[in-house]
Write a protein that binds this ligand. Structure first.
Ligand SMILES: C[S@@+](CC[C@H](N)C(=O)[O-])C[C@H]1O[C@@H](n2cnc3c(N)ncnc32)[C@H](O)[C@@H]1O
Length: 200
């Protein structure tokens, strides 16, 4: 399946860390590569999780240093949306029942969840500075104390916007898994931090 996904070890750590009943959100699913992997990791763990993928299914437009639109062919193939391809891929992987998909932009979807109601949110949508800042501001309040907020492409050479946004919004976030960043929401300060971040 086409896509970009390097954080299988992070998914395995999540499945070893969070108990059954935990709720995971992946923002930016594209055709379901990382989402199918997460469902497989969950299945192999024997634990039952709620797994929710969020994507506009419209692609992110030109991105990266070369400004290439990697999503256009899938959007065109699906007649203006790759939602059908994503869903067919989940069915083909055998995980259509294990995973729920919300076709929405990231910020709108975040409003569907109560504050501190999610255990792990992984962000892999647009990679420019403003988009990553907006994703962090939208999703950080939704992660419970002790939960994880993380994201893809933590690489200053290729994705300086990601690294800059994480540095400015979550200065104590750490490199994690393969090319990822992660912030473990601290119990005592999470609500104060959430308010601070979402106001910026
Ligand atoms: C790098 S791809 C995700 C790759 C995916 N994790 C995989 O395993 O292949 C980024 C995705 O984010 C989606 N996206 C971009 N901006 C978005 C937004 N504001 N809200 C939701 N999804 C968005 C795009 O449609 C695209 O599918």
């Amino acid at each position: 399946m086409d896509g970009w996904f390097l954080w299988r070890s992070g998914q395995e750590e999540a499945a070893a860390t969070f108990p059954s009943g935990s709720r995971f959100v992946e923002v930016g699913t594209y055709l379901g590569r990382s989402l199918c992997s997460l469902a497989e990791v969950a299945q192999q763990s024997g634990r039952l999780y709620s797994i929710i993928g969020i994507d506009t299914c419209l692609g992110g437009g030109p991105d990266g240093s070369e400004g290439i639109d990697h999503y256009a062919s899938a959007v065109n193939e699906g007649g203006g949306t790759f939602a059908g391809i994503l869903h067919r891929n989940l069915i083909a992987c055998g995980f259509a029942d294990a995973v729920s998909v919300i076709v929405s932009d990231s910020e709108t979807a975040s409003t569907f969840f109560a504050d501190a109601s999610l255990d792990w949110v992984h962000v892999d949508a647009r990679h420019d500075y403003d988009s990553v800042r907006a994703d962090i501001a939208a999703w950080l309040p939704k992660v419970r104390p002790g939960g994880w907020l993380s994201g893809d492409d933590y690489n200053s050479d290729v994705w300086p916007g990601v690294v800059g946004a994480v540095r400015d919004a979550l200065p104590q976030a750490q490199p994690w898994s393969t090319g990822q960043w992660r912030w473990v929401v601290p119990p005592a300060t999470s609500r104060r931090w959430s308010r601070w971040s979402s106001q910026r």
